[in-house]
Structures are given as C-alpha cells and as structure tokens.
Design a protein around this ligand. Structure first.
Ligand code: MRU
Length: 322
C-alpha cells in the first residue's frame, strides 16, 4: 500500500501469485470496491488503505460533509478487522484541523507500519526462541505477511525474523479456503524470502499439530477483544484447539491497533459473511447453497501469547489485553 500523486496505490492481491500489478485508486468507490473484493486485504493493510481512502476523499475536494460520508462508507466496507475503523477514525479526528492535517495523519499511519511490524516480529521471535528449540517447523494460516500490511508482516514477520536468525526449518501454510490466501499469498511471500515451505489443505492443520509435526503455530488477527479472544481467518480455531491439547505454543502476532478495548469478548465481534459463490465455485451441484463465514474466534484461554510492538500478553495465563 502506498500514497503516490495524492492517490492510494495497492497491489491487486486477487491476481497474485501469477501477476504483480499495482493499481491506483481514483475514487472513494474504487477504494471500497478494492477492499470488498480483497484486492487489498489483511487487517493492517485494510487500516492503511482505509486511512488513505479518507485522504483521497479530502484531496478530491468535497466539503467536510462529503469527506465524512465517504469515510463512513469506507469504514463499513468490511466489518471484522478493527484496524479499518480504527484508522478511518484516526484520520477523521484530524479533519477539524483541515484536509492537509487529515492527509498527513493517513500518510503517517502508512509510514509507521513497517517499524511497528519489525518491532513486534523481533519481540515475537525472542519470545518463541526462548521456549522452542530451533530450527523449528511453523504452522500458519491465511496470509499475515507484508502483503497484509505495508511491509514486513505480522505472523509472517515473526517467521521472517526467525528465518533471518536461521531459526526456521520449514513452514506449513494452510491453503485457506475459499480464497486461498495461504496457497497464493503466503506461499508467494515465503518463496520470495527463501523459507522452505509446504502448502497443506486446511483440514490437515489440526492433526499436524497433534502429531507434533510443528513446533509452534503463528497467526495474525483481525480483532482482539479486551479479554484476549482473537478473531482471525476461518480455520484458525481448530489449530488453537489442537495446540492447546498437546501443549504447542499458539502465538498471535498483531499491532496494538488490532486490540479493540470497546469489544469486551469475542461474542461481540461481527463475523463477516461472504458470498456463497466463493465456496461453491464450479464444483458444487446446481442449486447448492453455501454458508461462508470469513472469520472465527479463538477463545483467550487457547491463546498462549499475543505479541504486539509494545508487549507480550499471555491470555491462557489470565492476562487481558485491555
Ligand atoms: O479476509 P482477509 O484475507 O482480509 O483475512 C485476513 C486474515 O485473516 C489475516 O490473518 C489477518 O488480517 C491478519 S493480517 C496481518
């Protein structure tokens, strides 16, 4: 995600890994469309894209009411990742100081992302290496890499930091049905990093943990409730259940902006339901219907550690993030 010529510029992630195409978003509607079709996705990237979308609305020259109306639509484009609403609100809070102040706030969020991710990744790598002998096998789910942020990544940022310390033997990337963020995006990033990896079907993940084929599970998060419950891509919960069963650390890597003090527990997190066509594809019989929740909630007692740029929280031991 970038800000070039007063426009948000994103990689169209729907085309990866086969094509690396940048697109410039020219209107608020284009920003919303890019968010909803997952051309830009992943909680931190959604936050920055949303913030830059509000900056774009400022630059398109409408009055304050127009900017606020556009911002409200961007904020509602996807419901689960709190970073989107958080970042839009941060930019809106500067609007009374004028459009330049709002644009500067959005660009500030863009520029801060890399350092935040590096900090949480180093902290996470330290915490894991103090507990897990390397070189280790890591299981991850969905894509929480540089593509899901601006740079470096969160869960995959921890993997990147561990890899630079020669601490990773192999990563197992769940393919992440139905949109294959793992098979397409995580595999692409691991290949670029030079980390050995294999893609596994989502249904393999939990039993790989209980068979102790992996030493640690590392995932990102879309929203972390005040009590430590964690919303992340659908299919995360089975990994946490399996990890708790056999005592494998289940680590969540996320910036502080993913912690939502206003959400007391996971029960209050709105889970996005997406179009059933994503699940049915071409293989289901005509007339088949689908249920397509995009996220699940892992209860705090299954979360060994939440790693942010500022701290380590251990919900399974009773720590609360907020
Ligand atoms: O639907 P997506 O692809 O936006 O879902 C993304 C995830 O669930 C990620 O794991 C999460 O946002 C963390 S990204 C650093």
């Amino acid at each position: 995600v970038d800000w070039v010529g007063d426009r948000p510029v994103i990689i169209d992630q729907t085309l990866l890994p086969h094509e690396l195409r940048m697109i410039s978003l020219e209107t608020v509607d284009e920003v919303i469309d890019a968010i909803q079709r997952l051309a830009v996705r992943g909680a931190p990237a959604l936050g920055v894209a949303g913030a830059l979308g509000v900056a774009l609305a400022c630059r398109l020259g409408g009055d304050e009411a127009d900017v606020r109306a556009g911002a409200a639509r961007i904020r509602a484009a996807r419901p689960t990742a709190v970073n989107l609403a958080w970042a839009v609100d941060r930019v809106l809070a500067r609007l009374p100081d004028g459009p330049d102040a709002a644009v500067a706030e959005a660009v500030g969020l863009l520029e801060a992302d890399a350092a935040i991710n590096r900090a949480l990744s180093e902290r996470g790598a330290d915490w894991i290496q103090a507990r897990v002998a390397g070189p280790m096998a890591v299981q991850t789910h969905c894509n929480a890499g540089a593509l899901a942020c601006v740079e470096w990544g969160t869960a995959l940022g921890v993997v990147r930091s561990l890899h630079l310390r020669r601490g990773v033997r192999e990563v197992f990337a769940d393919e992440t049905r139905p949109l294959l963020q793992g098979a397409r995006l995580t595999a692409y990033e691991l290949g670029e990093m030079g980390v050995p990896y294999r893609i596994v079907v989502d249904g393999a993940g939990a039993s790989m943990v209980t068979r102790r084929l992996v030493d640690v599970v590392i995932v990102g998060a879309d929203r972390i409730a005040a009590n430590g419950d964690v919303a992340n891509k659908i299919g995360t919960l089975p990994l946490a259940l399996a990890a708790a069963r056999v005592g494998v650390p289940f680590v969540v890597a996320a910036p502080e902006s993913t912690i939502d003090p206003a959400t007391p527990s996971g029960d209050a997190i709105r889970i996005e339901e997406r179009d059933g066509a994503e699940v049915l594809g071409a293989s289901a019989p005509a007339g088949a219907r689908a249920y397509n929740p995009a996220f699940d909630v892992t209860p705090a007692d299954l979360v060994t550690a939440i790693v942010t740029q500022d701290r380590i929280i251990e919900p399974a031991r009773g720590d609360r993030p907020a």
